[in-house]
Write a protein that binds this ligand. Structure first.
Ligand code: PLP
Length: 400
């Protein structure tokens, strides 16, 4: 008799986005002629930029010739991409990384799920709440049911306090999905200090880094002194360059980073992650990595910044329109996410139903990101400018 992994049965039954889509489909069936606008899911809408497309075409042509064909890649990633990442993302910010500390992958989601395999189930894990639900669900799938939630509400500007109790692994997400909050240098220094003092590890998810506008906000946790001995950083081309469908990301596991055996021996996590990846991961494709490399060409940089600015304009517009009709609005400055307080303490799902039924606009209920998201709602800047404008004019009309 086959036995199921019962950890999966501990997951909440309805994943946020499946509930949103079933409610949306119901509405569509009832009102087939209504145009629904989604400011809900965090997927990009602009196509890949010309430099990326050109590099992909070139890589495809190389695959067609015997002399330039590439088979299985290097699991860690090709040097041509790792070196560019190191130069552009780190050296320019005064961060010095060794090239074998950067691991190319096919999207951060997979690495976030994989990284927890390096840590024993006894670890106490802390998550910001509300936050990207995959952190919680991947931990539950591994069999971890006790999780410490760090409250992030307007009372603390969506930046949780340092926990009073001891935790071993801390997920930080900045710019944050869903609240749009960012950790400044001082706040990050506090977390790094906590991690050093407690022998904890910070899993620093910075996939929205390219949306940072404020000069004083760090783009990498490694801008903080001492962080290389306590932090793993996750970055992605998904929102940086519209690679949500292409799939390319990188994870930095510094060689100074150690975790402990039961006998208190120090284990190098960089080697452990390399071992894990070489067993379980088949490398990002050559074509994908050439595409990612093109993001760092002079022209590629110009083109992706144009796209990021397009989304930033949408974010600014959403924020301003909502504020005009009296909403309390957060995020939207260093982030593509706008986090709003629902009017009259309406429940997140009630607000979702109201927007869908009365404005045919789809957003994301805050409570879907954790209990402290109740009474909040997330809108994203990733739609087209036209759809964003139309959605906002419908919302404004509804609340004027
Ligand atoms: N981390 C956060 C906070 C996200 O919001 C997302 C995707 O929306 C991811 C990670 C996954 O990124 P990727 O597309 O690289 O898998």
């Amino acid at each position: 008799m086959s036995k199921v992994n019962e950890n999966f049965l501990n997951l909440k039954e309805d994943y946020l986005f499946s509930k949103i889509s079933s409610k949306t489909n119901e509405y569509k069936k009832k009102y087939p002629d209504k145009k629904i606008i989604s400011l809900g899911i965090g997927d990009v809408s602009l196509p890949l930029v010309p430099s990326v497309i050109k590099a992909m075409h070139k890589a495809v042509d190389e695959m067609a010739k015997q002399e330039t064909f590439k088979g299985y890649g290097i699991v860690q990633g090709y040097d041509f991409l790792i070196e560019r990442i190191n130069e552009v993302e780190y050296e320019t910010r005064g961060v010095c990384l060794d090239k074998d500390e950067i691991f190319i992958a096919a999207g951060t989601k997979g690495d976030l799920a994989g990284i927890i395999e390096l840590f024993s189930l006894d670890n106490k894990v802390a998550l910001m709440n509300p936050v990207y639900p995959a952190y919680r669900d991947t931990n539950i799938m591994m069999g971890r049911n006790e999780i410490t939630y760090l409250k992030a509400t307007k009372e603390n500007n969506f930046i949780p306090d340092i926990p009073k109790e001891h935790v071993d692994i801390i997920y930080l997400c900045s710019p944050n999905n869903p609240t749009g909050s960012v950790l400044n240098k001082k706040q990050l220094e506090k977390w790094v200090k906590y991690a050093i003092e407690n022998n904890s590890i910070i899993l620093y998810d910075s996939v929205y880094e390219s949306f940072i506008s404020d000069e004083e906000i760090p783009h990498s946790i490694y801008e903080i002194e001492g962080s290389k001995s306590v932090a793993i950083e996750f970055r992605s081309f998904s929102k940086l360059a519209g690679f949500t469908g292409v799939r390319c990301s990188f994870t930095v596991v510094p060689k100074e980073l150690k975790a402990f055996t039961v006998k208190k021996e120090q284990i190098n996590l960089n080697s452990l992650w390399r071992r894990r990846q070489s067993t379980k991961f088949g490398a990002a494709s050559y074509i994908t990595q050439r595409a990612a490399e093109a993001v760092y060409s002079e022209q590629g940089q110009k083109e992706i910044i144009e796209n990021i600015n397009y989304y930033k304009q949408n974010a600014k517009y959403i924020k301003e329109e909502l504020e005009k009709v009296g909403f309390e609005v957060y995020g939207g400055i260093n982030s593509p996410y706008i986090w709003l307080k629902t009017p009259n303490n309406m429940k997140s799902w009630d607000f979702f139903d109201k927007l869908l039924n009365e404005a045919a606009v789809v957003g994301t209920p805050g409570v879907g990101f954790g209990k402290y998201g109740e009474g909040y709602f997330r809108l994203t800047a990733f739609s087209s400018k036209e759809n964003t404008k139309e959605a906002m004019s419908r919302i404004v009309k509804l609340f004027k």
